[in-house]
Design a protein around this ligand. Structure first.
Ligand code: SF4
Length: 193
């Protein structure tokens, strides 16, 4: 399997777009990661996938030195769906795609590959549990095959990532033909190496 085949895998799993880029083109910014704490995110501290439990932008920049490639993934969806009960399923699919690509890359021999996604795994995978099992009981993650860290905690500049991939942030041209709903997107990332 080649890197191009990994992009085909992402598309086959449901991604709208997938692109291989040089990992050094990704911008991991301290200021963006700081937003999780101040002004703050409602999911701050709720799982090991979010600050203050993740290693943050500095560690991500170290990973960029070791892992040469990256795959960016995007799901384009009706904006309305992100404000509805569908949001959880969309975010879950995003995590499944990047985790699937990560595991395929590892099988190919890129053994240090690591996936990241948008959103908090506590909200996506464990909303019906009071606590994250890893944090509250030092136990196993309930969803180890699919749960991956949030890009926000590593300060990933996602709009810049989209530009690097040549993806338009203006999705007006991708409006659904059947109605006038606007479209939006969620993104994920796999460092490959
Ligand atoms: S147990 Fe749930 S909240 Fe904790 S890391 Fe796993 S998916 Fe995230």
């Amino acid at each position: 399997m080649s890197l191009a085949e990994l992009t085909r895998l992402a598309i086959a799993m449901g991604a709208s777009d997938a692109a291989i880029i040089d990992s050094r083109e990704i911008s991991a910014e301290d200021g963006l990661a700081g937003i999780c704490k101040e002004p703050g995110c409602e999911n701050y501290g709720l799982s090991p996938s979010c600050p203050p439990h993740v290693s943050g932008p500095a560690a991500f920049r170290q990973l960029q030195k070791k892992l040469a490639y990256a795959m960016a993934v995007r799901l384009v969806v009706p904006s309305e769906s992100l404000l509805s009960g569908e949001r959880r399923e969309i975010m879950r699919l995003l995590h499944e795609i990047v985790a699937g690509v990560e595991q395929a890359a590892i099988t190919m021999g890129y053994t240090q590959s690591q996936a990241f996604a948008g959103g908090s795994c506590k909200k996506i995978f464990c909303p019906d549990h009071v606590d994250c099992r890893r944090l509250s009981e030092y136990g196993e993650c309930r969803h180890p095959l699919h749960c991956r860290p949030s890009m926000s905690g590593f300060g990933i500049n996602v709009p810049e990532l989209q530009k690097t991939c040549g993806w338009s942030g203006n999705l007006g041209a991708q409006k659904k033909a059947a109605d006038a709903d606007s479209m939006s997107w969620v993104a994920g990332l796999v460092l490959i190496g």
